[in-house]
Structure formats: C-alpha cells, structure tokens
Design a protein around this ligand. Structure first.
Ligand code: MRU
Length: 347
C-alpha cells in the first residue's frame, strides 16, 4: 500500500513541500513553498487541495508567515501574521478545515511574546496538525471498513484520498483499510468535471496501490446504481453542518440516486470538518472561473456567447446520508450540535 505524504515540512530548506496535484497523473512534481504568497496561489490553483490537506496547509501557512515576517515589534509582528492568515483563509470559502488549521496555530501562538519561540511553536503545532490528520484518517478507515461487505463495489466522487489529506485518505482511507483487512473492494471513480479529481487523482492513487478502479463519467452513476453494480457510495466532505454535507459538486446527485436505489450513502470525514456554528443557509459555495468549464485541455468547448456557472461544491441534505464515519466512530443522522460536541470531547 502507498503511505506517501501529500505535504510535509522540509527541514533542509525550511519550506513546505507538497505534490503539485495539477500535474498528476502525468508528472509527479514536488514544490518547495517558502512564502505564504506562493501558498495562497497554490491553494487557489488546487496544487494543494482536499479539505483535510487544506487544514494542514493552513497550519503550515502560519508557520511560514511567522518565519517570513521581519517585524521586531510584537504588535506589528502579530498584525502582519494575522493579515497573512486572512488572505490565506479567503482562498477557499467552503472548505472549513483551511480556517480550522489556521486558527489552531494562531491560537497556540497568541499568548507568546518571544518571536523566535513563536516561530518554533507555530511549526510544532503545524506538525501536530499534520500527524493528527494521518492518525484520524487511519481511525476513519478502521471504523468505516466494518460497514463494507466482504466483496463489494464502492462508488466515490472527486478525490478523498491520501492526496486530499496528509496521507491515507478519508473515503479512500475506508477503502484502503477494508482492502488491508482482506475485503475485495472494487472502486468506481466518477471523473468529477471540470477538474477531473476523480479521474486524475483517485484513479492514480488506487492504481498505484493495486486496488481495482474503474473511471466513469459523472453522468454514468445513476445508470450503474440502477443496474445493481454499486453496493455503497462513500465520499469525503468539505464542511458538515447539522443539516447538510458540503462536498464536491455532483455529490448531491449521487446521494439522491443512492436513496432512490436503496444504496447506503456514507460520508467519511474528520471531526475538524464539522461546523457547529452555521447551518446550510449560511455557507458560501465557492464559485470558480469560467475557463475551467469552457476549455478541455487546449480545446474550447463552450462558445463565447454562453454564460457559465462553475460551482465547486454542493450541499447534500442530512436526511440522504446513511452515516458519517469519523475518527471517533460512526454517526447516524440526525446530527445534533450536542452529538458532535460530545464526540469532539471524547478522548
Ligand atoms: O476542490 P477540491 O478538489 O479541493 O474538492 C475536494 C473535495 O470535494 C473532496 O471530496 C473533499 O475535500 C473531501 S477530501 C477528504
């Protein structure tokens, strides 16, 4: 099995290293990111992407900001770091983990008064966020693998794998753990228009691990469910409120189809993805640029005169979700603030 990391601190160069996901599956290129400005661009371009990986990137981003800031006065230092934090936070409004990772490090360094100590503690906390994410993914895998039959075909959407996390993955973590336990799992990966995270990234990860994977167009999912080919759907999540699961655009239609065909629809996500402060109506759905839809490679596929809407995420109402698999166990809807907080407080 592949246990590579997606992003990590490079002690030799004092920078954040990550796999540039825009170049996969053609080329595996490692980028050394030394500034928060570069990281902001990387996140906007989806060089680094996927909710838990964004949490880790946000945490390392603050470590980078504390290193790059040359201010000697403590107030000016914190004000510059907080300004960088807000620029980074604004890059992807739907994925809650980004702000969560940023805030974890900001909270840890807030009481400190010595700038070298702030830099050291910021990096230590970012490292802790990264290693906890790996631990959570394995725990999610372990809890979720029990839900799958010994032989099954699982449909997934987008990429909720090692590339979307520090390593291992959430939805793909469940599949990896099930395979590790000896279950025979085949995966149907929806290609995930327009940026093809399913075709490019999920298929790349699973094929490397020797897990059976078939890529289909997004519009094939309903047909496959009706034909009896799919035993379960598992996706990740970018934010979970009590009333909805926000994930890559197209997830909602899979949930509707799964319910119609009595197929379980599972969501695999760490507790850091839960948002107890908002409901579906409050959440901003990220909209991305026109060009992602109007071009395929170098080919223009939409005429200039047509308007385009490019929603990055959708919301699946909680009543369509069979269960949410977290690192602390499996939750069955209805999801309440109390149930989330009590899971978060379980040690
Ligand atoms: O736009 P992306 O590629 O960042 O979207 C990612 C997804 O929607 C994933 O499914 C989600 O982050 C879950 S990742 C474990």
């Amino acid at each position: 099995m592949n246990r590579d990391f997606t992003l990590w601190w490079n002690d030799t160069t004092g920078s954040l290293s990550y796999i540039d996901q825009t170049l996969l599956p053609g080329r595996t290129v490692i980028v050394d990111c030394r500034s928060i400005r570069r990281l902001t661009t990387a996140i906007r371009r989806l060089e680094v992407r996927g909710a838990p990986a964004l949490g880790v990137a946000g945490a390392y981003g603050i470590a980078l900001a504390t290193r790059a800031c040359g201010k000697k006065d403590l107030t000016a230092f914190f004000s510059a770091v907080r300004e960088d934090a807000e620029t980074l936070r604004a890059t992807r409004p739907t994925a809650i983990n980004l702000g969560w990772g940023i805030d974890r490090v900001l909270t840890k360094i807030a009481p400190l008064t010595d700038i070298p100590a702030i830099r050291r503690v910021a990096l230590e906390e970012a490292r802790a966020v990264a290693s906890e994410d790996t631990f959570s993914c394995h725990a999610i895998g372990s809890h979720g693998s029990g839900l799958l039959p010994d032989t099954c075909t699982v449909l997934t959407h987008c990429n909720a794998g090692a590339l979307a996390c520090s390593s291992w993955g959430t939805a793909l973590g469940v599949i990896r753990s099930a395979v590790e336990k000896g279950k025979r799992v085949s995966v149907v990966a929806c290609e995930t228009r327009p940026l093809m995270q399913g075709a490019r990234l999920t298929a790349w990860e699973l094929a490397r691990d020797g897990i059976d994977v078939t890529v289909v167009t997004d519009s094939s999912a309903a047909f496959l469910m009706r034909s009896g080919t799919i035993d379960a759907v598992i996706t990740g999540a970018d934010r979970i409120t009590c009333d909805a699961v926000f994930n890559k655009i197209g997830t909602y239609m899979h949930a509707v189809c799964a319910r119609h065909h009595t197929i379980p629809f599972y969501v695999a996500a760490p507790l850091s993805t839960f948002d107890t402060r908002h409901t579906e109506a409050d959440v901003i759905i990220e909209e991305r640029g026109r060009k992602e839809v109007t071009t395929m490679g170098n080919r223009v596929v939409v005429p200039d005169g047509a308007r385009v809407k490019n929603y990055a995420f959708d919301a699946t109402p909680m009543d369509l979700v069979t269960a949410i698999i977290t690192e602390r166990g499996v939750i069955q809807p209805p999801v309440t603030i109390d149930s989330i907080l009590s899971l978060k407080n379980t040690s």
